[in-house]
Design a protein around this ligand. Structure first.
Ligand code: SF4
Length: 329
């Protein structure tokens, strides 16, 4: 419910989100960089930011694996959103297929290189508004606050922990601000040019709040995929979702499935090393990639065999590649 009854009285979540957006607005006039994905959460942030009356420009980053339905929705319903095309370190356009070929293996939960390059490289030096919510996953709760300042500077962190009751350190060792008090505002203002700073105005919204806002407050259309059983709209085949989500994606968008298989085949034709060297075809890679997205115990339960990375192959991948895949180094 957007209006919440608490022991300290009623809380209006819409007003609270608007107040947060106003509180952290960059004071130098540059405005917010609003990260817009076409999903329901970023829609909420877009409309809340309009209601707040602050300066912002909204950006959609073209990952190359976003559902065509989402891209069409953004084009038609949000024509003012700018389309950003990710580039590599040489300034050349890049995309998921190119990254897989260059790195020689698909992204995994622990090695989500595509997110770093395709999604998080945009908006550098700006205060970024996002639609991140705690309710989406326990991991998100562990690493996000009302504002995040990406830093490992112990001086900065210690000073904030001392002066700001709303400051905390997340699991990654970076600074998060759990409230928009004066000290948090000063901190964001001080840091945003040099550190990566994000503001998450709907961090404490539930799924129901999002739908209530879109349908009853903003009264706007939403992407058609939500009417087709999707609870999230994101990259097709994203390994961060559960393996069942990957399977569902590939059934729903078979052409994208084929693109992944073709890309894996191209890697295999080009002297694959490490993890990829154990496969003969792109289909085999795809199967193993999905399998790894299931949690170990679920895999065991469904397949009646203990899951151990690589144990069903004659030859395990070398340790250094397992470290890359599983991020254990
Ligand atoms: S596929 Fe998943 S990990 Fe990769 S860019 Fe998309 S959301 Fe990030």
């Amino acid at each position: 419910m957007l209006i919440q009854s608490t022991v300290i009285g009623k809380i209006d979540k819409v007003q609270k989100a608007i107040d947060r957006i106003k509180a952290f607005e960059p004071r130098d006039g540059s405005g917010y960089f609003l990260a817009f994905s076409g999903g329901k959460d970023s829609q909420c942030v877009y409309h809340l930011t309009k209601m707040a009356g602050v300066k912002f420009d909204a950006h959609y980053t073209v990952t190359s694996v976003d559902p065509p339905e989402v891209m069409r929705f953004i084009k038609t319903q949000y024509p003012d959103v700018q389309w950003d095309y990710p580039v590599d370190q040489f300034g050349k356009r890049t995309c998921m297929w190119k990254l897989i070929k260059e790195l020689g293996f698909p992204p995994t939960r622990h090695r989500r290189y595509c997110c770093d390059i395709l999604k998080e490289s945009c908006g550098e030096g700006r205060v970024t508004l996002t639609g991140v919510r705690w309710a989406e996953s326990s991991k998100r709760r562990d690493i996000n606050g009302v504002a995040n300042i990406k830093t490992t500077s112990s001086d900065l962190i210690n000073q904030q922990l001392e002066d700001n009751p709303a400051a905390a350190v997340n699991k990654l060792g970076s600074l998060i601000l759990l409230d928009d008090n004066d000290e948090s505002r000063r901190m964001v203002e001080h840091c945003f040019r040099v550190k990566r700073t994000t503001v998450n105005p709907i961090i404490d919204w539930e799924e129901d709040d999002v739908w209530e806002f879109l349908l009853d407050v903003a009264k706007v259309p939403y992407c058609s995929l939500y009417d087709h059983g999707f609870t999230r709209v994101g990259c097709i085949g994203c390994p961060l979702q559960h393996g069942n989500g990957m399977i569902h994606d590939f059934e729903y968008w078979p052409r994208y499935r084929q693109l992944y298989v073709d890309t894996f085949d191209q890697v295999l034709q080009n002297s694959p090393s490490g993890y990829m060297a154990q496969f003969n075809t792109g289909e085999e890679v795809l199967t193993d990639w999905i399998r790894r997205s299931f949690k170990d115990d679920e895999w065991a339960a469904e397949n009646n065999e203990p899951y151990s990375p690589g144990n069903d192959k004659e030859q395990n991948p070398p340790q250094y590649m397992m470290d890359i895949i599983y991020g254990t180094e």
